[in-house]
Design a protein around this ligand. Structure first.
Ligand SMILES: CC(C)(COP(=O)(O)OP(=O)(O)OC[C@H]1O[C@@H](n2cnc3c(N)ncnc32)[C@H](O)[C@@H]1OP(=O)(O)O)[C@@H](O)C(=O)NCCC(=O)NCCS
Length: 508
């Protein structure tokens, strides 16, 4: 279905009266972090004031405290309907050099759509046509087509294939959702059992890698060991470049990789703790076996299911940085191991997957609910980021965080009440100090609370995330390889104007 304006617009629209001053209009823009205000008279749209209009007024020294908005607005702006296709808005904005347009449903003003909103669905153009409008960090830029899944940030919804990920986490096992990602459809009961047996048999670490693991575990953290281990795995199992195009072989490599990742991670952790490695069991499901290999004890059914639900929720999430990295590497024709090593590297950063242990560290530092507000306020005022809050795509509650908060409550996780109080304080303080940024708890905030209650130590939080995300990464690698085109964008050069003469070396 084509994207329509309703999917993109900001709503509710911020309005002002024609007699309001430019200063008050500018304040409204700043408070809501938007670039335009609709001027309305008795419910009718009579104009629009944008940041450009504020600049025009400033350029001729008009006093914003007295200048009426009416004088600077674009009167009777073009309007769009909420059900019009985004392409229509694109031509309207680009042909007339507008940056913002009101959206009307009949006679009701329902939203505003901006060029920036449209960038979210725009395709990158060839280098000689690149526009300076491409947002920093490629925010919202569509770079590929995928049938793996997607995120609808404004709605707080994400899906794998055609199913709601939250519903999958509620009703299905990790293996079923893994099958869905790998095969493109949910398994029948028989297929599910067969897939469970097939993947459980792939859990053993191959001998070459197993022999290297103790030395690797002495050198670095579990996620870094995994990165190196995946490299060795690809070498040991002789994975060829994806460019060679054997789709069946690539799908088999993907299963092998995802099955062995938990074994590598948990073995690494135990080696680092001076404990015996616990080999995988084939009679346990993915999540229960993960906890078994990690702790050497069978988890309770509640713990195994809580972890399983966390793992299902974190398998995939649109074109996040690590998934994009995996696809870029695959697009060069490199092998699966190369793509996953790159993805693990991207995931390790605190702005992506490295936050859950930091979120729990923050709870420790805050200590008690009454200290939360002062601590958070001080941190934000000093320019710090609150770990486990904010998201590039979600501008409303992150559905994973809502789900995991419930999981944590149901399993009576020790930290859940305190975490809930801190969450509310952080959301309130951020709303006050960062108005209009729409910052809420993301997946990482309750992930740590749930994982801790499952008996997972903090240094294993991000590695555990990598374990489920490997299923998403490999689905994307397979998809990219099946219909590949080299991903090779362009950059805007901002250094000294070339060509400068190359200075001659001064004689010694
Ligand atoms: C996830 C994240 C990187 C998304 O960042 P982004 O889309 O690039 O957002 P921006 O960096 O443009 O931030 C927009 C504004 O919100 C603020 N902001 C975003 N997340 C914030 C946070 N966690 N704490 C405080 N302020 C935050 C930024 O300071 C910025 O304010 P400014 O307009 O005054 O400069 C960011 O929210 C973040 O750093 N969160 C903390 C780390 C985390 O939880 N990571 C796990 C992600 S699942």
């Amino acid at each position: 279905m084509p994207t329509v304006i309703r999917d993109l617009m900001s709503t509710p629209p911020v309005q002002a009266d024609g007699d309001d001053t430019l200063a008050s209009v500018a304040r409204r823009m700043a408070d809501a972090n938007i670039g335009s205000v609709i001027i309305a008279d008795k419910g009718d749209v009579v104009g629009i004031v944008t940041e450009r209009d504020l600049l025009r007024a400033a350029a001729v020294d008009r006093d914003p405290a007295t200048e009426p908005a009416r004088r600077w607005m674009t009167p009777s702006p073009d309007v769009l309907g909420p059900d019009e296709e985004a392409e229509v808005a694109w031509s309207s904005l680009s042909d007339h050099h507008y940056r913002h347009l009101p959206v009307m449903s009949g006679s009701d003003l329902v939203g505003v759509v901006s060029l920036r909103d449209l960038m979210g669905i725009a395709r990158l153009r060839p280098a000689d046509e690149t526009s300076e409008e491409v947002p920093r960090g490629l925010e919202g830029v569509v770079v590929a087509e995928t049938a793996v899944g997607d995120v609808r940030g404004l709605e707080g919804f994400f899906h794998y294939r055609q199913y709601s990920a939250v519903e999958l986490a509620t009703h299905r096992s990790l293996e079923d959702v893994w099958y869905l990602m790998a095969e493109g459809e949910l398994p029948s009961r028989e297929q599910s059992v067969a897939f469970g047996t097939q993947t459980a048999a792939l859990r053993q670490i191959p001998p070459g890698l197993a022999a290297q693991l103790p030395a690797l575990a002495r050198l670095s953290q579990p996620l870094d060991v995994l990165r190196t281990a995946v490299s060795i795995l690809g070498g040991e199992l002789g994975w060829p470049p994806t460019h060679e195009g054997d789709e069946g072989a690539l799908a088999e490599q993907a299963l092998r990789l995802c099955a062995v990742v938990p074994t590598v991670l948990t073995a690494t952790y135990r080696l680092q703790q001076g404990l015996d490695v616990v080999p995988p069991r084939t009679d346990l499901g993915y999540a229960a076996n993960y906890l078994w290999m990690l702790t050497g004890a069978e988890p309770t059914a509640i713990q195994a299911r809580a972890l399983e639900q966390y793992l299902v929720l974190t398998i995939d999430h649109g074109f996040n940085s690590s998934t994009f990295t995996a696809r870029v590497i695959t697009s060069t024709g490199a092998d699966l191991a190369a793509a996953i090593c790159g993805a693990i590297g991207a995931l390790s950063g605190p702005l992506h997957g490295g936050a859950p242990s930091r979120a729990l560290d923050m709870l420790d530092t805050i200590g008690t609910p009454e200290r939360a507000e002062a601590w958070v306020r001080n941190a934000v005022e000093h320019g710090e980021r609150i770990m486990g809050f904010g998201h590039r795509v979600y501008k409303t509650d992150d559905p994973r965080s809502l789900f995991l908060r419930n999981v944590a409550r149901q399993m009576e996780a020790p930290l859940v009440n305190f975490a809930t109080q801190v969450e509310q304080t952080v959301v309130d303080v951020l709303a006050e100090l960062k108005p209009g940024r729409r910052l809420y708890a993301n997946v990482e905030f309750y992930a740590g609370v749930v994982m801790a209650a499952c008996g997972i130590p903090r240094q294993m939080f991000t590695p555990t995330f990598a374990s489920s995300r490997a299923i998403g990464w490999t689905a994307h690698v397979v998809e990219q390889a099946a219909d590949n085109r080299l991903i090779r964008p362009a950059a805007h050069y901002v250094g000294p104007a070339p060509p400068q003469p190359v200075p001659a070396l001064t004689p010694r």
